[in-house]
Design a protein around this ligand. Structure first.
Ligand code: HDE
Length: 670
């Protein structure tokens, strides 16, 4: 151990004193340095997206995209480009919980040979507002209210909904934030979107409009809202832990990069304005072409140095990728450098290891706080003769970035195009695309959030606003929050739907899902072992949860290790529950209230449940019978797999693992 000046430290537990009971001495340089550094350990948290978590990986294209873009990292399927990803919640402060209802940030830095390219997206493809000038208002409305700093990490309060009802361009994004998309099961199981329209430009200078998508290989899956609320208290680190552990295990999260492209000539062929960030391009109208895959294969070494100090900027582009006139994007191009200046304390944050390009960089920008480069020589200007005009700009052929020469003309005006004024059609398209259970979740979320608004007038305004989307939805909100339905409300006439928007149509697989095995002394070890073996083959994770940790004695006196107890684990930590047989085990579990609650909760959250032999008796004790079915019919419910004969275990394994892959059984009556 040394001081920061490199002097070896001989003692690190006692400050220097005049006698062992005497006063501390000012000359203790080691104490002063250690304490001063500690006093300055914090930097301002991000004004939005404060709570985040990152990981390293690489991106590899599937094929050359030369036809569409000259971007170097998209030319050769053999080239792997290193990436750093930071996932985040938006509203909460740095110490808030992971599982709250919110959009998620999905920011990717590609360290390409032509410079850093940042795709700074969200897990929702549209935004609340259309013009960047409204961003401070939006953020002030959803952050804790200024007079009492409540509530934390939540939009369930007066100012957010007041903003929403008085800025109705937010309607479409609110449909998404009230949907299951805002409570992801895992950061590994959500989509990412660039949101804005960008441009691809090829070698010949031909441009196309483009939107970016990230598609998780594991599919898009969500928590039940009640589960998310419980997790916020029981395990505020739920998402970061899930990501960290998956990477440590070698279950590397994968996301396919997709693009939607529209030719410049087709700009006006749609019933929405392609520059409007509150609109999607429905995938059924403009298909998503998958162009490559990102694999996250390395955890960060130090969260402060990497997740905290990483500085993203949607304006960090490389040749072949350019901007559009989306007024939200244009404003973002200003905001991100500006915010890093205050957050990272000066203009040299690009020199921090996590932000530094992998290619060489040199120019005449010198000095400033925390400069790390020692620039050499006499010359710091362009053009010059003393240094042979070095550094000099590169030509386009040499890879110099040349902005796309879009023709622009117009009057200076503070206004919005009429083509941005339809706020409800795509909100309705989203609603139409949901399955019944998804619609019920949206209604529940509205009733919860708007129900927490104290102002009855604001609650009424919200109902009035959403009656322009869908009458049934607005009626249900009105009913839940105690206000009246708008008379003669005119709901949107849109009848189309976009199947790609429903999570029911996503990829479903059991890999990396986590199962709780409920057991106690007297459990039938062969059943546990055989089912665990089948889990392992399919990449399903399992933990035995019992009344105590350590060894359980099986029915035949074998030892089975319990990993968790009903105190250390909760059903919300798992995707499914398995109850093996063994009369002794079941008899004991029946008397444990926590075991009964565990099972009840998993059932109520629509999770797959498997019972083998006597295991099903626990279902009786937990009262899991569907009231409309006869008693003892728990095994006929959706997502419940039972066998009463050990010989059928192979069949059980197959059916149960398939049920785990289905994620949830929303149609189960609970
Ligand atoms: Fe951001 N946003 N944003 N944003 N944003 C920031 O930059 C801003 C918007 C997004 O993990 C800030 O470094 C404005 C849309 C992510 O480090 C700030 C507007 C989308 C992150 C900022 C938007 C995003 C940020 C705060 C409206 C999805 C976290 C800290 C014009 C496409 C990046 C920082 C990370 C962070 C400004 C809207 C995504 C203040 C002005 C739309 C993922 O600069």
């Amino acid at each position: 151990m040394t001081t920061n000046q490199g002097v070896k430290v001989s003692e690190d537990e006692h400050s220097l004193k005049a006698g062992s009971r005497g006063p501390t001495l000012m000359e203790d340089f080691h104490f002063r340095e250690k304490m001063t550094h500690f006093d300055h350990e914090r930097i301002p948290e991000r004004v939005v997206h404060a709570r985040g978590f990152g990981a390293h990986g690489f991106f590899q294209p599937y094929e050359s995209m030369a036809e569409y873009t000259r971007a170097g990292f998209l030319q050769d399927p053999n080239v792997k480009t290193p990436v750093f990803v930071r996932f985040s919640t938006v509203a909460g402060s740095k110490g808030s919980a992971d599982s709250v209802r919110d959009a998620r940030g999905f920011a990717v830095k590609f360290y390409t040979e032509e410079g850093n390219y940042d795709l700074v997206g969200n897990n929702i493809p549209v935004f609340f507002i259309q013009d960047a000038i409204k961003f401070p208002d939006l953020v002030h409305s959803f952050k804790p209210e200024p007079h009492n700093e409540m509530p934390q990490a939540s939009t369930a309060h007066d100012t957010f909904w007041d903003f929403a009802a008085n800025n109705q361009e937010s309607a479409h994004m609110i449909m998404w934030t009230m949907s299951d998309r805002a409570v992801p099961r895992s950061l590994r199981m959500m989509e990412g979107f660039g949101v804005h329209t960008f441009r691809f430009v090829n070698e010949q200078g031909r441009a196309r409009f483009v939107k970016f998508h990230w598609k998780p290989v594991l599919g898009v899956h969500s928590l039940v809202f009640e589960e998310a609320l419980t997790l916020a208290g029981k395990d505020p680190d739920y998402h970061r832990k899930d990501l960290w552990e998956a990477i440590e295990r070698g279950d590397f999260p994968e996301f396919e990069l997709g693009v939607q492209m529209i030719d410049e000539e087709e700009e006006f062929n749609f019933d929405f304005d392609i520059l409007d960030p509150t609109k999607i391009w429905p995938e059924e109208v403009v298909p998503v072409k998958k162009i490559g895959k990102m694999t996250l294969n390395r955890n960060q070494d130090n969260v402060f140095a990497e997740t905290e100090q990483v500085a993203f900027h949607p304006g960090n582009v490389v040749p072949g990728i350019d901007f559009s006139n989306d007024p939200l994007l244009q404003g973002r191009l200003f905001s991100y450098t500006d915010t890093q200046l205050i957050r990272l304390g000066g203009p040299n944050f690009h020199e921090l290891p996590i932000n530094r390009p992998v290619c060489p960089f040199h120019n005449n920008q010198y000095d400033g706080y925390n400069r790390m480069t020692i620039n050499k020589g006499q010359v710091a200007y362009h053009k010059n003769s003393l240094q042979n005009n070095d550094p000099r700009p590169a030509t386009e052929e040499e890879g110099g970035y040349v902005h796309y020469q879009e023709k622009v003309e117009g009057r200076k005006i503070r206004a919005r195009s009429d083509s941005f004024k339809d706020h409800f059609s795509q909100a309705k398209l989203f609603w139409n695309s949901m399955t019944e259970p998804e619609k019920m979740h949206i209604i529940g979320a509205f009733q919860f959030e708007v129900g927490r608004v104290k102002s009855k007038d604001v609650r009424q305004q919200v109902v009035n606003m959403f009656s322009h989307v869908d009458t049934y939805l607005a009626e249900q909100i009105a009913k839940g929050v105690g206000v009246s339905m708008l008379e003669n409300a005119e709901e949107s006439k849109v009848t189309a739907s976009s199947p790609a928007l429903s999570q029911e149509n996503t990829a479903k697989m059991p890999q990396t899902r986590k199962v709780a095995i409920l057991a106690a002394d007297g459990v039938r070890a062969e059943e546990v072992m055989e089912v665990m073996k089948a889990f392992k083959t399919e990449g399903v994770l399992a933990e035995i949860v019992s009344t105590h940790q350590g060894m359980l004695k099986s029915e035949t006196n074998e030892q089975v290790e319990a990993h968790q107890t009903f105190l250390t684990a909760d059903s919300v930590h798992y995707d499914a529950v398995f109850v093996p047989g063994g009369q002794g085990s079941i008899d004991q579990l029946k008397t444990e209230r926590e075991a009964i609650d565990f099972l009840r909760q998993a059932h109520k959250h629509f999770k797959p449940i498997g019972f083998v032999n006597e295991g099903a008796e626990l279902a009786q004790s937990a009262g899991l019978n569907d009231l409309e079915l006869e008693p003892r019919k728990v095994c006929e419910q959706e997502g419940v797999v039972c066998i009463t004969n050990a010989e059928e275990l192979t069949m059980f394994n197959k059916a149960f693992i398939q049920a785990i892959g289905q994620h949830r059984f929303w149609n189960r009556k609970v």
